[in-house]
Write a protein that binds this ligand. Structure first.
Ligand code: TMP
Ligand code: ASP
Length: 241
């Protein structure tokens, strides 16, 4: 049913490939084992990352749909493959933060781990060439990257996602520090697209502060494959076979 023939490859990103599906309105997203950081400067193959992220993202996208957020995800069709709606990606990435970390800590000289009184939303222009510069809503509208109503919808959905994800990770003793979302246009509607995985999130074990996300790779803190397997077991209640 999923036929990932080379001639159907539409796009290859750093961690995923996008293939044409049988319907022109759909695509197949294939999750690779490749990990990159710092806009591709650091690269590695992480055993089973594709399988783990594919299943985690499918699981979270279904949760988000249940929480009332329209998504591009349709169904998982193979260990690394998802059938999704074909959207036009809006080139504005939304980062939601509950705790200071990463580029926010650097930019403002704040300590990592400082709790924020409410979720902070940040916008970045999606451009590998420019290294995803930060942009505000006014700039995004003025430059034609997104319409005001689209940004408003993205904002509202991002906060809903944050509430639902945070509650879930909380129940597993994990703090959702921050995460990045991408949205797309689908028949005149804004829908959540791309992925929800530990590649694009910061997850800290509450009891120990241990990092359970791609920072393990970015910062050379340990074995990312082991970390992702552990996350998988926590989420699904069984080890990846
Ligand atoms: P930052 O602190 O580096 O801005 O990252 C904030 C969150 O966004 C973090 O959870 C990692 C995620 N992220 C991506 O998914 N892709 C990226 O290219 C970057 C820079 C961050
Ligand atoms: N995803 C980006 C990269 O591949 C940045 C990051 O996650 O650190 O380089």
């Amino acid at each position: 049913m999923t036929d990932l023939r080379p001639d159907r490859l539409l796009y290859e990103g750093k961690a995923k490939q996008v293939y044409a599906a049988d319907s022109a309105d759909e695509i197949v997203i294939h999750y690779k084992d490749d990990a990159t950081a710092f806009n591709g400067v650091k690269k590695a193959q992480i055993a089973d990352k594709g399988v783990i992220n594919c299943k985690l993202s499918a699981f979270f996208m279904e949760k988000m749909a249940a929480a009332g957020v329209p998504t591009a995800f349709l169904k998982q069709v193979g260990p690394r493959d998802q059938l999704c709606r074909k959207v036009e990606i809006i080139p504005v990435e939304l980062v939601v933060r509950n705790v200071v970390a990463g580029s926010l800590a650097k930019r403002l000289g704040r300590p990592e781990g400082e709790k924020l009184a409410r979720p902070l939303l940040e916008h970045f222009y999606k451009s590998d060439e420019l290294n995803d510069p930060q942009i505000n809503e006014d700039g995004a509208i003025l430059m034609g990257y997104a319409k005001a109503w689209e940004l408003a919808a993205m904002r509202e959905y991002a906060l809903t996602v944050n509430d639902a994800l945070r509650a879930f990770w909380d129940s597993l003793g994990v703090e959702l520090v921050d995460f990045k979302l991408e949205f797309g246009r689908y028949h005149g509607q804004v829908v959540l697209a791309d992925e929800i995985t530990p590649d694009g999130s910061r997850l800290w074990e509450r009891a120990t502060g241990r990092k359970l996300d791609k920072d393990v790779f970015r910062r050379d803190l340990g074995d990312l494959s082991e970390t992702y397997r552990e996350l998988y077991s926590r989420v699904f209640g069984e080890a990846l076979r």
